[in-house]
Design a protein. Structure first.
Length: 305
């Protein structure tokens, strides 16, 4: 049975007020995390990040991920830093960030960061969060929602993997996070605690602020291609195969709304199995132009039990 206190679409309580530590909350059938957390092995590790797609809300002019290291540090241009903000310009090309563990319990965290319409850099506030897809090859896909507006995990989709550190690279378009204002999440083994106060801005390492990346100028994938729609469809299929039909329905709905006809067909089939013929007809109609299975199912619908 679903938690009656769980976040639902249209609920006025933002996600940031529902987090009580690093553990996920339930939203629309999906597990949503306030941050991604991963333990670091001894020595130096390369954190590889690559943006798969980005769809910024109208009132967001920049998207990225904030990376913080606890009981360790980021190695950047000969400096040891507590954390960095990595903007879409770097994520789009794929980037390796070198991090070093200074203690046995070292870990790194990732959380969405964004540039508001006012030009301020923000994180840890509003409807921000992540849906984390752990892949069999050890990689992960992070589906990120920024704080403004309703939760939308299509806004920034990033592939994450870790491995041996590579030789130093040229200076990167990153922003250094001020360690004094960076919230330190509890270690995964500690009991849940109240979340740290939100950060509404960060201090750059120099007088030159990092560029505010315009997502429209970065030419992200269109909604109907195998960008975010295809990825959401694949994730929903994986959830369905595991027997988690609620999560599959939520993910296929997002994919179908993003214009993915295969997701609309699968969503209609699932809805019909759940007894909602009208909703099944709606999604098959939406997919019929591009998916012959949907057109055939729509034609056969009056004869189906």
């Amino acid at each position: 049975m679903n938690d009656p206190g769980a976040q639902r679409p249209g609920d006025p309580v933002p996600l940031d007020q529902r987090y009580h530590g690093p553990d996920p909350i339930e939203w629309c059938g999906a597990a949503v995390y306030p941050m991604y957390t991963e333990a670091l092995p001894a020595g130096t590790t390369a954190v590889h990040l690559r943006a798969l797609s980005a769809m910024a809300p109208e009132d967001v002019t920049g998207l990225g991920l904030g990376l913080s290291v606890h009981d360790g540090h980021v190695n950047l241009n000969g400096k040891s830093l507590a954390g960095v903000d990595i903007w879409y310009e770097a994520l789009a090309d794929g980037i390796d960030i070198s991090v070093t563990a200074d203690a046995p319990d070292a870990l790194f965290t990732l959380t969405p960061v964004w540039v508001a319409e006012s030009g301020t850099h923000q994180s840890w506030t509003g409807n921000y969060g992540m849906v984390v897809d752990l892949l069999p090859d050890g990689a992960s896909t992070l589906w990120c929602s920024t704080g403004p507006g309703t939760p939308d995990f299509n806004e920034l989709v990033v592939e994450l993997s870790t491995g041996p550190a590579q030789p130093a690279r040229p200076e990167l378009p990153l922003e250094v996070t001020d360690p004094a204002t960076t919230p330190l999440p509890p270690a995964p083994s500690t009991p849940p605690v109240e979340p740290s106060p939100p950060i509404t801005s960060t201090e750059p390492a120099s007088s030159d602020p990092p560029p505010a990346i315009s997502i429209a100028e970065a030419d992200p994938p269109t909604r109907a291609d195998q960008g975010v729609g295809g990825a959401l469809h694949d994730l929903g299929t994986a959830m369905h195969e595991r027997g988690d039909h609620d999560s599959a329905r939520a993910l296929w709905t997002q994919a179908a709304q993003a214009g993915h006809s295969g997701a609309a067909y699968d969503l209609g089939t699932l809805l019909l199995q759940q007894g909602d013929r009208a909703a099944a007809a709606h999604w098959w109609t939406a997919a019929a132009h591009d998916d012959p299975r949907a057109a055939a199912s729509l034609t056969a619908l009056p004869e189906l039990p």
